[in-house]
Design a protein around this ligand. Structure first.
Ligand code: HEC
Length: 133
């Protein structure tokens, strides 16, 4: 059916336009982004967590640093484990607060990491993202 063919063409085009980044071939993608600003549902949760926790107060609206460092740069260097420990425990003496008592943040820590990693990788091209339709 012509309708079918058209739908699969659209699906193929969507796949070609999107970027999926995996930690290794066997894993599910860390995040999927289309056109730089549309992300999968889990990564979208990461963005919402970023907003809810107001990390931008110290790391800047575009994650490029303010009183806290640029997370675009930091996530090129930090491992995922280092990221999680830093967010959970904070670095209180240095002004990074701890979020270990925030269920909103800790329950979405993988999604928050995926979102920030996408920003750091330059695949997510602006801070504000929406869902892939
Ligand atoms: C009150 C200000 C403040 C808030 C809010 C804040 N941070 Fe930070 N953050 C800092 C400061 C300052 C540092 C640098 C600490 C240091 O010098 O080691 C930092 C460091 C970090 C680091 C380590 C960077 C590196 O290169 O080692 C990560 C990751 C991080 N913050 C993530 C977050 C996330 C995610 C949130 C929101 C859930 C958040 N921060 C909220 C102030 C803040």
């Amino acid at each position: 059916m012509q309708h079918r063919v058209l739908l699969s063409l659209i699906a193929a085009a969507a796949l070609a336009a999107g970027v999926s980044v995996t930690a290794s071939a066997a894993d599910a993608p860390l995040y999927t982004v289309v056109d730089g600003t549309k992300v999968d549902a889990e990564t979208l949760k990461g963005f919402k967590t970023w907003r809810a926790a107001a990390c931008d107060r110290c790391h800047g609206a575009n994650q490029e640093g303010l009183v806290g460092p640029s997370l675009v740069e930091s996530l090129k260097v930090l491992t995922k484990e280092e990221f999680i420990v830093t967010v959970r425990d904070g670095r209180l003496a240095k002004g990074m607060q701890s979020f270990g008592n925030s269920p909103k943040v800790m329950e979405n820590i993988n999604q928050l990491y995926a979102y920030l990693k996408g920003r750091s990788d330059g695949k997510i091209t602006q801070a504000k993202v929406s869902g892939i339709e």
